[in-house]
Ligand binder design. Sequence first.
Ligand code: HEC
Length: 124
Amino acid sequence: MRRRRVGQAAYAARAVVAFVVVMAGMTGSISSAVAVDTVAAQAIYKANACASCHMVDRKLVGPAYRDIAAKYKNDAGAQARLEKVVKNGGAGVWGAIPMPSHPRMSDADIRTVVQWILAGAPEK
Ligand code: HEC
């Protein structure tokens, strides 16, 4: 009984620590079980003109974010790969038009916006 309670307390403490770390944006890789920071992601999406080529649910110049989420649904490596595409640019996956590079975006911003896209770009 006693050991069990200690174990639960330790588990709860770990959960709190994990939450705080995620909130501070200090983790290298956040599991998909963690809630996406929708508000931050949408601000990043607007501030970096992603919206001039991408819409959430409709193809514009680039693919709809919901289509991107669907395409990579079962792809565990998608987060890391798409972070590189946003940073360095990409081509040939969705059609003839290339995706431009964003060398000035921070890795943290890129990570947040890609997590949001892969989660289906929820509105809130
Ligand atoms: C000038 C238009 C343009 C802008 C601006 C743009 N994109 Fe794209 N994006 C594209 C096109 C076109 C593609 C499809 C490229 C391809 O076929 O490989 C694409 C593809 C993508 C993909 C999927 C890549 C893949 O390999 O499947 C992601 C994710 C993405 N864009 C995110 C973003 C984000 C985030 C931003 C803003 C920081 C952004 N895009 C800004 C045009 C744009």
